[in-house]
Design a protein around this ligand. Structure first.
Ligand code: PHE
Length: 486
């Protein structure tokens, strides 16, 4: 029963997995979303809560995902089916694999639109197309950029093409090779941006905005946002990390690689904040949220500064590369599945998946122009894709991974894959069995609006619930496990 799956491919270099997984984790979420969330939810206090979420939920679930991938050696569907079968449980659990694969695919179909913004702004910066003197001018440039479907479609199509070319070339030749220069390049550019920001005159304001400890601003909304973001930023429950884990050599420590990726991801997010906010404050602007921050305020600030064009180019190159290394990870699961299970060559699989992706992403792109009237329940295609993936598929997928790893599967599998000390293992198990599921369920009910959560007042209840489910779970789990696997 415990015959291990032979890997089809493995990362070539020692750092192959860490680079690729960090490339996946570091994306628009880090450079755009994290800095503004930090500012909005109370600076240092939010950073602390976010770190706690990464530790208590992100890292344990990521370890489980990598273990699934490495044990099952395949796409999420195949890997989960194999690991579940090895434990003697029903194959229908691989539905979670299907959902993860679909989730990555659907995220990519709107992510390429935002990545397209970044590429088009790189072009505009290079060619002097961002000439404006006020935020209103910049808002008009942004609106004009979106209003033309040919223009916007060109950039999202370009991102789709680049993604598919890289993935089509294979794990080593395509993915590993591209991340091995893009990731160091990204860090160097980010460091340059911070040096630039340090001389902008707004550095201390930027630092204060990011790290001042304002507990009062930390609402339960902020807590839940931190938890949701921990999932998104670590690329969990979307097939990306699991599939990359399938190429991880046996001798590498899953715990150590996971921690490296989580630390690198967090450092990049903090660095992004240090690169962006000083420039914004130096020019007396508002730290606006949403697309405004990166695509309106920042370009305007660059214009007013010495060497602004050069650093604008550096910034948008960095943003585009961060988006691209995430994009390739979102579709790797689909391509790997078509390749392994359907026997289609990687190149063909990549073109096939890319064509479908192009159709859906074009519909998403049209939300900003010709399709602005196509709404369902007040949401555009673009918003629906975002809503379905981040509000439903990711939390549900994460819950599935955590519960499968915690209760369903033979412990021995995770013992041998994770290879932790008994105390570490017990801690990991406690996290995936109780802490992560409770956290995920909280995010879920909050986002559905079923109950209004007020964590500051309700935390004693939540603690009581955690203790209760732990007690019940520990009493029932051996039975539960036997029943489910019969
Ligand atoms: N982690 C990426 C980011 O922060 C997004 C992502 C989600 C990548 C899911 C892969 C899979 O932008």
């Amino acid at each position: 029963m415990t015959t291990r799956q032979r890997p089809r491919t493995l990362w070539l270099g020692r750092w192959g997995f860490v680079l690729a997984a960090t490339g996946s984790a570091v994306g628009l979420g880090n450079i755009w979303k994290f800095p503004y969330m930090t500012g909005e939810y109370g600076g240092g206090a939010f950073v602390l809560v976010y770190l706690a979420c990464i530790l208590a939920v992100g890292i344990p679930v990521m370890m489980a995902e990598i273990a699934f991938g490495r044990r099952g050696r395949g796409s999420p569907i195949d890997a989960i089916r194999r690991v579940v079968r090895e434990s003697g449980s029903g194959a229908w659990w691989s539905l979670f694999g299907w959902m993860a694969m679909l989730c990555g695919f659907l995220i990519l179909s709107f992510y390429v639109v935002v990545a397209g913004w970044s590429f088009s702004y790189l072009w505009k910066t290079l060619t002097g197309g961002l000439n404006g003197t006020s935020v209103d001018d910049m808002a008009m440039i942004f609106a004009a950029n979106n209003a033309n479907p040919w223009h916007l479609g060109f950039w999202s199509t370009l991102v789709t093409l680049l993604t598919m070319v890289i993935v089509g070339k294979g794990v080593r030749e395509g993915i590993e090779r591209s991340v091995s220069w893009m990731m160091p390049g990204l860090v160097i550019m980010l460091a340059l941006m911070i040096v630039y920001a340090a001389f902008s005159g707004g550095f201390s304001d930027g630092v204060a905005f990011l790290f001042s400890f304002e507990v009062g601003k930390l609402s339960s909304e902020g807590l839940l946002a931190a938890l949701g973001h921990a999932f998104f930023t670590l690329s969990l429950a979307s097939g990306a990390i699991l599939t990359y884990g399938a190429y991880l050599p046996d001798q590498r420590s899953i715990a150590r690689t996971t921690v490296s990726v989580a630390i690198a991801d967090t450092i990049v997010a903090l660095m992004a904040g240090l690169a962006i906010f000083p420039v914004i404050f130096a020019n007396g602007m508002d730290p606006a949220s949403g697309p405004g921050l990166l695509f309106m305020s920042l370009p305007l600030a660059f214009q007013a500064m010495p060497l602004g064009t050069l650093f604008g180019v550096i910034f948008f190159t960095m943003l585009s590369m961060a988006a691209l290394t995430s994009a390739i990870s979102m579709i790797e699961a689909t391509v790997a599945w078509l390749n392994e299970s359907r026997g289609i060559s990687r190149a063909k699989a990549s073109w096939g998946a890319g064509s479908l992706l192009w159709v859906i992403s074009t519909l998403a792109m049209m939300s900003f122009n010709v399709g602005s009237e196509w709404t369902l329940a007040g949401k555009h295609v673009f918003d629906w894709l975002d809503f379905l993936t981040s509000r439903f598929m990711m939390p549900l997928g994460g819950l599935g991974m955590a519960l499968m790893a915690g209760f369903l599967l033979r412990h021995e599998i995770f013992r041998s894959e994770l290879n932790l000390t008994p105390v570490q293992h017990a801690l990991w198990l406690f996290m995936v069995r109780y802490v992560s599921p409770l956290g995920i369920v909280l995010v879920f009910i909050d986002s559905l609006g079923i109950v209004t959560l007020d964590l500051a007042a309700q935390w004693p209840w939540l603690l009581a619930i955690l203790v209760a489910i732990t007690a019940v779970g520990e009493m029932a789990s051996p039975r539960l496990k036997r029943q489910l696997s019969e």
